[in-house]
Design a protein. Structure first.
Length: 526
């Protein structure tokens, strides 16, 4: 029998383990160990080698007895046996035990104290500890951190490579969650995003059990306490659109919604930095300074980042604590949302840039989760891949999609929320022909949706999907509002739109006959 907690405690208690180092100490350590370099604004920059995005095929959940019926097993939540887990756990602990030093960060997931999770993150790399310190919620004092009892522990050993033949993994990399033991074991990959997204997956398991909705969305709040949520799969614009000088940022990626309102799960943001510019995304650009971590961003000899350089990956990243954003709300808690925006990056270029959804359409589109996987975010994705990612976050959902959809439906009704579908993807033709929607237009549309101004406008129904498209939006050229007008050929548009509609219908079959009603009311039945 492996005593997991004793093993972890012994590792943490070693003289050579650094527990709860300050940001300055972690930066110094990282530089001394040759893990990274400083940028001209004092950010720490690291490269992650072969793995520059998440590796979903290497992600597993231990099939413990008590979980069998709860987890939605399949391609996303791949089962792995306790035996395989224990064997790898022992190897990884031994491996880390032989290292000259390891790093430990203790903190929280969840800004709501009633449901927050105590975390411990044990890492081989100093810069990974810095990432954890940046992304999770920091205890106020070191004493508080040292006194914590972890409910979940991440053990990360990126230079430990599994042997699929003997270790029972699919490759050298693995991200294995044991919900029962409260352990996440990561090896073979240096991409830091695995750590934050595995904790998110766990919160998506734990929060619904406590009656709290968990969501893959960003959130911000305006002067009038009007809260907006932006759901979307990776790269669709959650981080970019939630950073808005006119509104307080609650968080950029992971939130809970309880009887008091919404709260952030994290303490930091994780922005994509490809083509980042101070003109288009000033808040994010300014947030990258001492205390931030850059991943796979090109750096010249003088330490100046070149954000246009995607030679290491399209998925270049910046992690920064929430307080690097001027108008961040800390603690990151706010009231109930008035507006929900579903972000989709439609690579076919057929969905309107903004449309207002009825309650039924909202349920249908939430369950469908149509969007694209964008280049670099997952291993092997180099061009946008259309995908149905249920709840706009299927890679992170351990439970059945209906659990989340039912909760959201109930909350939308109770709080009378306006829901919009926003296409941040292609316009004027599909990927390769048209171009990505102009960010400044998306921002204008989103601002007007949130202010309530848009709901008062006149709408027309689109021919393909029955969506309500506003006939005008201040600051946005009229002709881009209905995508049919932006294509060179209307026939070509109609053909592509019909294909997408058929794909929607086909995809929805997986939700079974009990969901037929949702499809019918959402306007998607044959
Ligand atoms: N119309 C648009 N809306 C939102 N983002 C856009 C748009 N056009 C281009 N982008 C770019 O797409 C990326 C969106 O990424 P990000 O906001 O980090 O997504 P997420 O947080 O959902 O993963 C950014 O690099 C942003 O500059
Ligand atoms: C970190 C990620 O999420 P996002 O792009 O949604 O910020 C990810 O998908 O690896
Ligand atoms: Mn993001």
């Amino acid at each position: 029998m492996v005593n997991h907690s004793e093993n972890i405690q012994n590792l943490v208690a070693k003289d050579t383990s650094h527990v709860q180092l300050s940001t300055a100490q972690l930066v110094e350590k990282s530089l001394k160990r040759g893990e990274g370099r400083l940028t001209e604004t004092g950010a720490l920059r690291a490269e992650t080698g072969k793995y520059t995005g998440r590796s979903p095929k290497d992600r597993f959940i231990v099939e413990d007895g008590t979980l069998k019926d709860k987890v939605d097993w399949g391609e996303v939540n791949q089962p792995i046996s306790e035996e395989v887990f224990d064997n790898l756990f022992t190897k990884v602990i031994d491996y880390l035990g032989q290292k000259e030093e390891v790093f430990v960060f203790n903190g929280y997931a969840g800004a709501d104290e009633k449901t927050r999770l105590n975390l411990s993150v044990v890492t081989e790399f100093s810069w990974h500890s810095m990432f954890a310190r940046t992304m999770f919620i920091r205890p106020e004092t070191k004493e508080e951190a040292l006194a914590m009892d972890a409910q979940f522990t991440i053990v990360s050993a990126p230079t430990f490579k599994a042997d699929p033949e003997t270790d029972g993994t699919k490759s050298e990399a693995f991200v294995i969650v044991s919900l029962e033991k409260g352990i996440i074991l990561i090896g073979g990959t240096e991409y830091a995003g695995e750590m934050k997204k595995s904790i998110f997956s766990i919160m998506n398991y734990l929060l619904p059990e406590q009656g709290v909705m968990s969501m893959h969305c960003s959130a911000n709040v305006g002067e009038n306490k009007d809260v907006a949520l932006f759901f979307g799969l990776s790269g669709t614009g959650k981080t970019t659109l939630s950073a808005d000088a006119q509104r307080e940022l609650i968080g950029d990626d992971e939130h809970g919604w309880n009887e008091d309102g919404v709260f952030n799960i994290e303490g930091g943001c994780y922005a994509k930095t490809i083509n980042l510019s101070p003109e288009k995304e000033p808040e994010i650009f300014k947030a990258i300074k001492f205390g931030s971590v850059l991943e796979n961003v090109a750096l010249d000899d003088e330490g100046k980042p070149d954000y246009d350089d995607g030679s290491l990956t399209e998925n270049t990243r910046a992690a920064y604590p929430l307080d690097h954003i001027d108008n961040a709300r800390i603690p990151s808690v706010a009231g109930h949302p008035n507006t929900i925006i579903f972000l989709t990056a439609d690579a076919f270029g057929v969905l309107p840039p903004i449309s207002k959804l009825t309650r039924e359409q909202a349920m249908y589109h939430f369950l469908s989760g149509f969007t694209s996987k964008l280049a670099g975010t997952e291993r092997g994705i180099t061009t946008p891949q259309p995908v149905f990612s249920t709840c706009f976050g299927s890679p992170f959902l351990p439970l059945h999609a209906k659990t989340y959809a039912d909760m959201l439906g109930g909350l939308i009704d109770k709080h009378n929320v306006n829901v919009y579908l926003v296409n941040t993807g292609w316009s004027g033709g599909e990927y390769g022909v048209g171009k990505r929607m102009d960010l400044k237009y998306t921002r204008s549309m989103v601002r007007r949706a949130i202010s309530g101004e848009l709901a008062l406008n006149a709408f027309e129904e689109d021919t393909a999907f029955g969506l309500s498209i506003p006939t005008s939006v201040a600051g946005v050229p009229k002709e881009i509002l209905n995508p049919r007008n932006t294509w060179v050929s209307e026939e070509a548009y109609d053909e592509k739109a019909l294909k997408l509609k058929e794909a929607f219908i086909e995809n929805f079959k997986k939700f079974g006959t009990e969901s037929e009603d949702i499809a019918k009311k959402g306007g998607f039945s044959l």
